[in-house]
Design a protein around this ligand. Structure first.
Ligand code: DP6
Length: 318
């Protein structure tokens, strides 16, 4: 019997960077994201003699996947599984493959083993795999906050159908993983306490801006949250520099487009890719402008996507 699910990565407009002390992968800061429809992780689960995890066709020993399975098995009957996960985008290059990966994985195990978990409980398990994965359980605009740290949807893709233009500035894997980078920032950056103390206010403001669909307000705030996070990364020791020259050139290009009146802003995660968020009517012009920046390999245009979902559940040969 095979069970297939699909999930999309998300990009945070208010960033999560840093973990609370203790177990459970609890973020130190609340975050708010948009789920992306153009990027997809598809995960197939079948019964097996022993656990096997394949990513993009290759067997991989992934500690976080092993821990995710162990977490689920602590509370639910989950037999040994063969898990095949595929991304239609570069893995671990700052396009949030772990977010869609764990959202698709937990959703697949839930459906395959008839666990009947609520979306909130799936979000909880996904977060323990990767913090941002909690948000990919849901579509549209999604919040992740305490005290329970299960994500919650704020608005559907149809409510505010923004576009996201992704400029691929490098296709190779990132040098320092998010988990490692967060540890380093918490341990060494003099700005870390200020980051943790100030993010709640940004998050609350972003919730209102999304509710009122205030694009200009969200543009200013999201760039602030992104640059504040990168300031924190840069002030870690040794400094975490996730940008390359193309990333910086894309930031300037987006600012130039905005000052020319185009409704667009940027955000960047723990990698060199830049994501430009814009109103639908600006997407074509933004994509053309970013494709023209020196060093941009490729430009992808995405809409706002749905949450993790079951694609198929069928009896068959393993
Ligand atoms: C910069 O969710 O990848 O993308 O919980 O350690 O797996 P772990 O971290 P992860 O970190 C995401 C960091 C970010 C910002 C964000 O998505 O909020």
């Amino acid at each position: 019997m095979a069970t297939v699910t699909r999930a999309h990565p998300n990009i945070a407009l208010i960033k999560y960077w840093g973990k609370a002390p203790g177990e459970g992968n609890i973020p130190a800061t609340p975050s708010l994201s948009i789920t992306l429809d153009a990027l997809t992780t598809t995960t197939e689960v079948t019964d097996a003699e022993a656990d096997i995890f394949e990513l993009d066709g290759r067997p991989v020993a992934d500690r976080k996947v092993t821990e995710c399975l162990a977490n689920l098995r602590r509370h639910h009957p989950v037999p040994p599984l063969h898990i095949r996960s595929r991304n239609n985008f570069p893995t671990a290059a700052g396009l949030a493959s772990s977010a869609s990966g764990f959202a698709a994985l937990v959703t697949a195990i839930d459906a395959h083993c008839n666990l009947n978990l609520t979306a909130q409980v799936r979000s909880d398990y996904a977060r323990q795999g990767s913090g941002s994965a909690a948000r990919s359980i849901f579509g549209g605009f999604v919040a992740l906050r305490g005290p329970n740290w299960q994500a919650e949807p704020l608005a559907t893709p149809a409510d505010w159908p923004l576009k996201v233009v992704i400029a691929i500035a490098a296709a190779e894997a990132k040098a320092v993983s998010s988990s490692e980078g967060m540890k380093r920032s918490a341990a060494t950056s003099p700005y870390y306490p200020a980051w943790v103390a100030s993010t709640g206010q940004d998050f609350e403001a972003a919730i209102s801006l999304v509710a009122s669909q205030d694009f200009a307000g969200l543009a200013e705030l999201a760039e602030f949250s992104c640059l504040k996070m990168h300031g924190l990364m840069l002030s870690s020791r040794p400094g975490l520099i996730y940008w390359n020259p193309t990333t910086v050139a894309c930031m300037h290009r987006v600012r130039q487009l905005r000052s020319n009146g185009l409704p667009v802003f940027f955000t960047i995660d723990a990698g060199p890719q830049l994501k430009a968020i814009c109103l639908p009517e600006a997407a074509r012009e933004v994509a053309a402008a970013l494709a023209d920046v020196d060093g941009v390999h490729k430009v992808l245009v995405s809409g706002v996507g749905d949450g993790a979902a079951l694609v198929a559940k069928e009896a068959g040969n393993d």
